[in-house]
Design a protein around this ligand. Structure first.
Ligand SMILES: [Zn+2]
Length: 140
């Protein structure tokens, strides 16, 4: 799933979950739940340049969203930033792959790929609806 939606879920957890000590583990775990849902995927195989461009645009939007929520909820800045970072962390190995071509660590890479089996181009609609619902719920 897009980092944008991982960040939206992390922000929602950060601003609404009553127990701050559980925000980071919940945000981290949410990554794998979201990746298991139907979502957008380019199915462009090993084209690292296309993955890199898409990932960079997505990362910029995700960072912008995290900053936006920091302004909306200044009392929760640290939680929003930590939750967003840990919700995105499981995709860090993809950044390594984009820059080096190395799929490391292999077992984690295979696991991460396996849970994203419902990726498709049509998944963009689900990602957009998901993002709009989350934005509405957080801002409301
Ligand atoms: Zn992921």
């Amino acid at each position: 799933m897009f980092l944008t939606n991982h960040t939206l879920v992390a922000s929602a957890i950060a601003v609404s979950f009553p127990e701050p000590s559980l925000v980071v583990p919940l945000a981290f775990g949410s990554h794998f739940i979201l990746d298991a849902l139907p979502h957008y995927g380019l199915k462009i195989g090993n084209n690292r340049k296309k993955h890199g461009i898409t990932g960079a645009i997505d990362a910029l939007i995700a960072i912008s969203i995290a900053i936006f929520f920091c302004f909306l909820f200044p009392q929760k800045i640290l939680l929003i930033l930590l939750a967003s970072f840990f919700a995105a962390l499981p995709d860090l190995n993809q950044v390594l792959w984009v820059f080096t071509g190395i799929k490391w660590p292999k077992k984690y890479w295979d696991f991460h790929e396996a849970i994203q089996r419902y990726e498709s181009k049509k998944g963009i609609l689900i990602e957009i609806i998901f993002a709009l619902i989350l934005l509405f719920l957080i801002i409301r």
